[in-house]
Design a protein around this ligand. Structure first.
Ligand SMILES: [Zn+2]
Length: 254
């Protein structure tokens, strides 16, 4: 018979409310060796994330992962997102960013998704494949980890391009295997277990390769691949719980 602590360590306390689990993990990981840029909480390390069990991954205060913390800092230090009036489309709006963006006085915030009920209240309906996508509407578009769910990703990327104003920019991250030159897509694979085995998640329809940038260019974007975490020492990578590699795909429209 496993003790509660052993069960928690093994990540099999899934049935208990998330808040209780998080409170337990906050005690378990209490310390000051790492700091979350998104919520400023400190821990001895970030918790392993439930699905992949990667160490130093999950902030048990704001629930950020590596990519959220890196993006948080990137937006603050490398972009003008907080310094001038702009209209921001945020597709599949991650919670910690939603809370911040909606409070920023310079940002006219438009959180949206095809399944808005999965996100915070206020998220609007948006189908990236709709023929009625508005032209030249947003100064900035953040759309992370969305395209791998969409069979017709070409149309989705083109519509994101269409919605961006000339002179605007965006961050369009995807799950990508940097060891593969070419994206692996097979729409005939529909079994969730097979999809998970081949594409990484059970509802993904492809795993992008290094040709992702070409796909964005085909949609019309200029593309900057910014290997942001390369600017940090190994100590800093640990301290902020970043994932080395995983560059930002920063797009812009002339
Ligand atoms: Zn946090």
């Amino acid at each position: 018979m496993l003790t509660t602590k052993q069960k928690a360590d093994l990540g099999i306390l899934f049935k208990i409310p998330n808040e209780i689990r998080l409170a337990y993990l906050r005690l378990k990981f209490a310390g000051d060796k790492v700091i979350c840029p998104c919520c400023q909480s400190t821990f001895r390390e970030f918790a392993p994330f439930s699905i992949w069990k990667k160490p130093n991954s999950w902030c048990v205060q704001c629930e950020s992962l590596e990519r959220h913390r890196a993006l948080w800092m990137y937006l603050e230090t490398k972009t003008d997102i907080y310094s001038k009036p702009l209209k921001l489309l945020h597709v599949a709006p991650e919670d910690m960013f939603f809370k911040r963006f909606e409070k920023e006085p310079n940002i006219e915030y438009y959180p949206a998704d095809i399944l808005p009920y999965l996100y915070r209240k206020g998220t609007k309906y948006l189908d990236l494949l709709s023929p009625d996508i508005p032209d030249n509407t947003f100064d900035v578009i953040i759309c992370n980890h969305v395209f791998a769910y969409i069979e017709d990703d070409k149309t989705a990327m083109h519509n994101v391009y269409k919605m961006l104003k000339p002179g605007g920019w965006g961050i369009l991250q995807v799950a990508l295997d940097p060891t593969k030159a070419v994206t692996h897509e097979d729409l005939t694979i529909t079994d969730p277990k097979e999809r998970e085995r081949i594409f990484g998640l059970n509802d993904h329809v492809r795993l992008y390769g290094l040709d992702y940038a070409d796909k964005l260019k085909e949609a019309g974007f200029d593309v900057l691949i910014d290997d942001y975490t390369a600017e940090f020492s190994d100590e800093e990578i640990f301290k902020y719980g970043f994932w080395k590699g995983d560059p930002f795909y920063v797009v812009s429209k002339k």
